[in-house]
Design a protein around this ligand. Structure first.
Ligand SMILES: CC(C)(COP(=O)(O)OP(=O)(O)OC[C@H]1O[C@@H](n2cnc3c(N)ncnc32)[C@H](O)[C@@H]1OP(=O)(O)O)[C@@H](O)C(=O)NCCC(=O)NCCS
Length: 230
């Protein structure tokens, strides 16, 4: 089963008390307040989701992130001491998503307005996908491109490769929910019409539960206040 927590970005000052130094450094690398809020909320929501699952304070969850190439604190996140809990984070615009699962998982959310630029098809799509997208009615093309982009990123986040593997080497195909290389199944996350979001897992298909991330953050904040007596 995969649980997806969904919420809007929260102001950094609200969620910063749960974050540790490398996370705050990452937040501060974003120059705009919106980027900072997305990054901070993603990590806080991830911590709150795991904390609830393992019954520990959110700040005590140890999130590991080590790039296989340079060893730096980026790449796929893992939860120290809990190899059977799988997590992945994605954020875009006004949306932050965290996937928590008992199987390896990748999640990606994208805005439909971000794919209509020149060169997108060459970077993101296979030749067959490009031909199929261009054969569609013009008003449906960008939604199809956004689906393919979010699906491919979810798959590449499932494997941990991220954009180290070019998305134009991953064939999904319009309307498909299975991918052969790398092997994955895709499940759509319901979103407002200007966004598309997908979860990728390995066979068999999973059941998605969508929960309110804002309520989870509220509950985690309340339990932190109780613990500190404030
Ligand atoms: C993973 C990646 C595709 C995410 O792209 P994005 O659409 O901008 O970002 P999203 O909002 O969907 O996801 C961001 C989250 O994905 C997760 N993530 C990052 N790299 C990941 C990977 N390789 N696999 C799975 N998840 C990854 C992180 O949790 C990240 O959030 P955080 O940085 O706050 O912890 C992209 O950042 C990437 O591939 N980068 C790799 C390039 C790189 O830096 N290579 C190594 C150089 S040494």
């Amino acid at each position: 089963m995969v649980t997806v927590y969904r919420c809007a970005p929260r102001p950094v000052r609200e969620v910063a008390p749960w974050l540790v130094r490398p996370e705050l450094d990452r937040v501060e690398r974003y120059r705009d307040a919106a980027g900072q809020a997305r990054s901070a909320t993603g990590r806080a929501l991830l911590r709150a989701a795991v904390a609830q699952r393992v019954d520990a304070p959110a700040r005590d969850v140890v999130v590991e992130q080590a790039c296989p190439h340079c060893g730096g604190p980026h790449g796929k996140t893992r939860i120290a001491g809990w190899s059977d809990i799988h997590v992945n984070v994605s954020y875009a615009g006004d949306v932050v998503l965290v996937a928590l699962a008992d199987v390896p998982v990748g999640i990606d959310v994208e805005r439909c307005s971000r794919v209509g630029f020149r060169g997108f098809d060459e970077v993101a799509l296979t030749e067959a996908e490009t031909a199929d997208v261009r054969a569609m009615d013009p008003e449906r093309r960008d939604r199809a491109r956004t689906d393919l982009w979010a699906q491919k990123e979810a798959v590449l986040k499932l494997t941990g490769e991220g954009l180290d593997r070019s998305p134009n080497t991953v064939h999904v195909g319009i309307g498909a929910t299975r991918v052969d290389d790398p092997r994955a199944v895709l499940t759509q996350v319901p979103m407002p019409s200007s966004y598309r979001a997908w979860v990728a897992t390995v066979d068999p298909p999973v059941e998605l539960t969508i929960l309110d991330g804002a309520a989870l953050l509220e509950a985690a904040a309340a339990s932190a206040r109780t613990a500190t007596g404030r």
